[in-house]
Design a protein around this ligand. Sequence first.
Ligand code: ADP
Length: 604
Amino acid sequence: GKLTADEHDSRGGERVSPGAGHVGIGALFPYLRPHLKVLGAVSALSVATAAGLLAQPMLIRSVLDGLHAGAAVGGLLLALVLLLLMSGAASAVRDYLLHRTGEGVVLSVRKQLAARMLRLPMPEYDRRRTGDLLARLSSDSTLLRSVVTGGLMELLSGVVVLVGAVALMLLLDPLLFAVTVLGLAGAVGAVAVAQRIQGASTAAQEKLGEMTSATERAISGIRTVRAARAEERETREINRCAHGAYRAGLRIARLRALVGPLMTSAVQVASLVVLGVGGSRVAAGAMSVGDLVAFVALLFMMMMPILQAVGAYADLQTGLGALRRIEEVLSLAEETAGDRRSGPVPVAAARAAPAGQPVGQPAAVEFDGVTFGYDAADPVLREVAFRVPPGSRCALVGPSGGGKSTTLALIERFYDVDRGAVRVDGVDVRDLSRADLRGRIGYVEQDAPVLAGSIRENLLIATPEADDADLMAALRAAQLTELVERSPAGLDAPVGESGVLLSGGQRQRLALARTLLTGAPILLLDEPTSNLDARSEHALRRALDAVAEHRTLLIVAHRLATVVDADQIVVFDNGKVVAAGGHDELTRSSSLYHELAAHQLLVR
Ligand code: ADP
C-alpha cells in the first residue's frame, strides 16, 4: 500500500526549519503593488489626519495667548471645532480604505497559495503535513491583513505625527526640545524589544500548523480513533501542540507587554523634565504659557502615535513572520510541464467519450530497466522490465510493499524514474508533457476518494462538459446504475463527506466511471485491499470486462480472481519483477505465485 504524507512525516520526514531567514519589510511590496493608488489616498488621508491632530495644540496655544492678551477668540474656537470634525471624517474614510486593501491582500495571497498548493511536485506532498499547509492558507494569510490595516499605516501616521510634533517643538523652543530628547532615550529599548516579536510569531504559527495537522489527522481517521478508544491520546497530542502555541503566544505577550511600559515611562520621564525645565523658562520670561502648554500637549500627542507605532511595529513583525511561511510555500517550484522536447508532442486529446467509449487507439506500456526510489539512495523498484501490448490486460501482483502502486505512479509521472525508461507507445514518458500523458491515462487509486457533493459533481471532475447521457453510460459501464436508480435525486444524489454514504466497492466503481468519461485509452487501477464484498468484487470484474475492450489495462490486484483471465501477470517481490506470464504458466513456474494462489484456494 501507499503511504500518506502524514504517515511519512510522523516518521521524522524533513521539516521546514522554523527560524530560517528574517523577512524584511520590502517583502511586502509585491503584495501592496496592486493597491498603490488606494494606499496613496490612504497616505494622504493619514497625513491630513495627522496634520489636523498637530494643528490642535497650536490653535489652543493661540487661544490661550489670545485670551492672555485680551483678544477675541471666537473665530479660533470655531476653526478648532471644524478641524476636529474634518479629522474624524478623514480618519473614517481612511480606515475603510485600509481594511478593504487588507482584505484584498489576503484574497490575493490565498489565491496564490491555493494555486501553488495544488501544483507542487508529488514528493513535496510526501514531505509535508496537510494541516500545516492548511494553516498557512487560513491563519497565516489572515495575519498578513493586520500588517496592512494596522501595521503599515499606523507606522506611517505615527511617523508623520512624530516628525510634525518634533518640528513644532523645535519651533516653539529648541532648548526644551533638546532636554526632551534626552528624556526619551528609553524609547530605543522599546523598539529593540519589538523587533524580537517576528521570530516568536513564526514559532507560534508553526505550532498552530502542527495543531491543525494533528486535528486533521485525528478527525479524518475518526473511526479508527474511536475504535481504538484513542480519543484521549489524540486529544492529548492536539493539546500538546496547542500548548506549544500557547507558550509561543506568551512569549509574544511578554515582549509586547514590555514594549508599552518602556515607551510610556520614557515619555513620562521626558514630560516631568519638560515641565520642570519649561516652568523655569516661563518664570524667566523665555517662553509664554501658551508655548509651554502647546509643547506639553505636543509631547503627549507624540506619545500616542509612538505607542501605536511601536504596537504597529509589533504587528508588522507578526505579519512578516506569517509572510515568511507564506513565501516559503510560494517559492516552491510547481510541477513542470515536464517534456524534454521543445515542440508539442501530438497525442490523441482526451475528451468526453460518448457511451464511455475510449478515444484513440489503445497504447502499449513498457517498463525498460526501471530503477526508482522515493529517496534516491533507497530504490523501491530495481531494474523493472515488462511490456503490456496495446489493448491487453496486465495484472501486477505480489506481497505488499513490493512496488506495485509505485509502478502505476511512474506511468502517471507522479515521479520520474532514476534509471531506465517508462514508454507509452514507444515514447519515453519524459518526452511527453505531463498534461498530455495524463490525458491519455485513467487512474483509479487504491482508496479512491469521493469528493463531497453529488454523484454528478463527482463524475464531472475531469470532464466538465459531459452530458447526462454520457454520465449514465459511464455509470452503466461501471456497473453503478443502481446508485442513481435507487435515489429520486438521480445524478444529483449526494454522496457525503469523503463518500461515507457509498460502500468501498461503489467508491471504486464511481472513480472508474469518472475515469471512463475521459475516454482515456490506458486504464490504471489500484484494487482496494479491503472493503470489497463478493458482489462488489463481481460488479467490478464485470465493469472491467466491459471497459477492457479497446483499452490497455494495468491492474494492481490483490485477489487472484481478478487476475486469472489477465493476458499477463507480473509478479513483484521487494522491488523486483520475479516472474511474468499467464496464470497457469505461473502456477507451475513461480513458487511465489503458487504460494499466493494457494493462499486464495485457487490451486492446491
Ligand atoms: P505495493 O503497491 O506493492 O504494496 P508500494 O509501491 O506502495 O508497494 O510501495 C513500495 C515501497 O515504497 C514501500 O516500501 C513503501 O513504503 C514505499 N513508498 C510507497 N509510497 C511512498 C511515498 N509516497 N514516499 C516514500 N516511500 C513510499
